[in-house]
Design a protein around this ligand. Structure first.
Ligand code: NAP
Length: 479
């Protein structure tokens, strides 16, 4: 495994927490401690914000081309170190190496994309309708940002925020999830190597998120919060952001419907289901959570999906040929076990998996449940594990109503060979994104995000940088 710094990154320097505290990082495949990293507290976070505030004006004044080239160099370094970064990620998070390599490529793309966007920030100029005034529109960075990221995509959730913040000219403090700090620390070192000036990015790893984050949001110096994580924590941070009217972007949880109509190409639908369900062992906000399959094809779809899921190899992500790694930790596994037990008690049939293996590591087998009762707990909970829950439906209106019957609205998947139906259902789904005959929507060039309680704002795409920019309108009378 590559040797990454294990300290806090503040003002361009690697430092211990002021009280010297450290926290362990575990390998979820073995449950063993891999290393310790600094465990920052309130004082460290204040120092990080001070560093970010100190260089904000200078950084905002840096030429867009210079900011762009830093991102481009960082992209090149990440790509060159794909194997090392993938191994680091697999060790702290569990996903199989092939998937970790995929995430490294996905993460790097955000830097390449935003290196291209950094030099295309446009304002505007025009005459107002009254003819007596002109309007000058400027774009300005929002200011120092706080970035809070989850453990499931340790590198990509960082680059998806850091990329546009750098491109827009914002400084930042990053607080990664405590389960997966190493990928973020490696990223900070890569950006330093790529020439990022001291203080622009500061990283505070901590096991005390509330203690570290709340004073920053209430302190009046952070101007923007970009958060990816659960809806529950997102709501809390929105409340805390209200006091100082901190601008927020929220990428929260999901409860994705995966709809298979009777006219669907079942090969495509099963392929799509494997991706939408099994990417990241099901530990993705975009994971298909509720499979609605038309009654006429439900049995065949279930049988084919169960065969594909049963053929997957479960094991430590570092072993060759492994398709499914461990879940992030024991509590993640217990949650999945409980949801499956509840569904079975309410009448679900187990078509594949469903038995927790013995031995070390938080493994759970790929599982397919059919005849799931709509009142099962997993219908209203992010499963965050490799469990496909199949329900049946009879007509389009009914399935759209049931798919939308959730407080979340991140993504939906629709499988049909009818163009009319595909477009109609895509329009009617209450979701920020739709996968049409595909199980994968994520792409750095597309706006990622949800509606309802899945979040506010978009990451990636042409609009991703807007989240880190303000408009300034200057009124200029025509003399
Ligand atoms: P989480 O528990 O909400 O944690 C996310 C981040 O918030 C972590 O860094 C966490 O640190 C921190 N946090 C927790 N409590 C906090 C508090 N009181 N104040 C400040 N920060 C706090 O979510 P998770 O379990 O890591 O990630 C899974 C969730 O993320 C799922 O709901 C998933 O759908 C969502 N997600 C959404 C997207 C998207 O783009 N929409 C992408 C990926 C994941 P601690 O771990 O120390 O609590």
């Amino acid at each position: 495994m590559i040797d990454v710094p294990k300290q806090l990154f503040i003002g361009g320097t690697w430092v211990d927490a002021v009280d010297g505290a450290t926290m362990p990082v575990d390998d979820p495949a073995t449950g063993e401690v891999v290393c310790h990293v600094a465990d920052g507290g309130t004082k460290d976070a204040q120092l990080a914000v001070e560093a970010a505030v100190r260089v904000q004006d200078e950084w905002a004044a840096t030429a867009p081309r210079a900011r762009s080239e830093i991102l481009r160099r960082a992209y090149d370094i990440i790509v060159a170190r794909t194997d090392e970064l993938a191994l680091l990620m697999t060790t702290e998070m569990g996903k199989p190496l092939a998937e970790a390599r995929g995430e490294v490529a996905y993460a790097a793309e955000f830097f390449r994309w935003f290196s291209e966007e950094a030099v295309r920030v446009e304002g505007g100029f025009g005459t107002l309708p009254d003819g007596r005034n002109r309007m000058l529109l400027m774009r300005r960075p929002v200011g120092p940002c706080l970035l809070v990221t989850p453990w499931n995509f340790p590198l990509a959730m960082g680059t998806r925020k850091i990329g546009p913040a750098i491109a827009a000219g914002c400084t930042m403090v990053l607080k990664p999830a405590p389960q997966t700090p190493l990928s973020s620390l490696a990223l900070a070192e890569i950006l330093r190597e790529a020439g990022l000036p001291d203080g622009v990015l500061n990283v505070v790893t901590t096991s005390k998120p509330g203690e570290v984050v709340e004073p920053l949001l209430r302190g009046g110096r952070i101007r923007k919060l970009s958060f990816t994580g659960s809806t529950q924590v997102g709501k809390l941070l929105l409340e805390q952001s209200a006091e100082q009217v901190v601008r927020t972007s929220m990428e929260l949880g999901g409860n994705a419907p995966f709809i298979v109509f009777a006219d669907a190409d079942l090969d495509k639908a099963v392929d799509g289901a494997m991706v939408a369900k099994m990417r990241n062992m099901g530990e993705a906000c975009t994971a298909a959570n509720r499979f609605f399959v038309h009654r006429d094809v439900a049995e065949e779809f279930g049988a084919r999906l169960a065969a594909r899921m049963s053929a997957l190899r479960v094991g430590p992500g570092t072993e060759p040929g492994v398709d499914v790694g461990p879940l992030i930790d024991e509590s993640g596994r217990r949650k999945v076990e409980r949801l499956v037990e509840d569904a079975v008690q309410r009448g679900a049939c187990v078509l594949a998996g469903g038995e927790t293996p013995t031995g070390p590591g938080s493994f759970y087998p790929p599982t397919v449940l059919s005849r799931v009762s709509p009142d099962s707990d997993l219908m209203g909970t992010e499963i965050f594990g490799p469990v496909a829950a199949i329900l049946t439906f009879d007509d389009e209106d009914e399935v759209v109503r049931r798919a939308n019957d959730t407080e979340w609205g991140l993504v939906g998947y629709v499988f049909t060979e009818s163009l009319d139906r595909a477009l109609r259902v895509s329009e009617r789904l209450e979701a920020g994104m739709v996968g049409l005959n595909t199980g994968l929507v994520s792409n750095p060039a597309a706006p990622f995000g949800g509606v309802k309680q899945s979040g506010l704002g978009r990451e990636g795409g042409r609009v991703g940088i807007d989240e880190f920019l303000d408009y300034k309108y200057v009124a200029v009378p025509v003399s």
